[in-house]
Design a protein. Structure first.
Length: 94
């Protein structure tokens, strides 16, 4: 797999994950997405494991992007979890 293909796959994974996270309406669904995108068997985990097959000079850049994606997903998941937790509070106050 070439670095360009891996980067393209990471970008596609990012878009898919963010769309999915925005559509979630329960904590259970959010947890399923967390496992799907960040779990040990996730596509992101597979990409990280395959980094050793890339040339050393390109491995660092692709690894950096993968780590940025992971951090971004964790932040997005946390924000969505907080939004879901606050949602019932807003409904009861109206």
């Amino acid at each position: 797999m070439t670095p360009a293909v891996v980067v393209q796959e990471l970008e596609g994974l990012t878009q898919e994950a963010f769309r999915s996270i925005d559509q979630v309406s329960t904590d259970a669904e959010l947890e399923q997405l967390r496992v799907r995108f960040l779990g040990r068997k996730s596509r992101l985990a597979q990409i990280v494991k395959s980094l050793s097959q890339l040339p050393a000079d390109e491995r660092a850049e692709v690894g950096k992007r993968a780590n940025q994606l992971k951090a971004s997903l964790e932040t997005q998941l946390l924000a969505r979890r907080q939004a879901l937790a606050e949602a019932p509070t807003r409904d009861t106050l109206d």
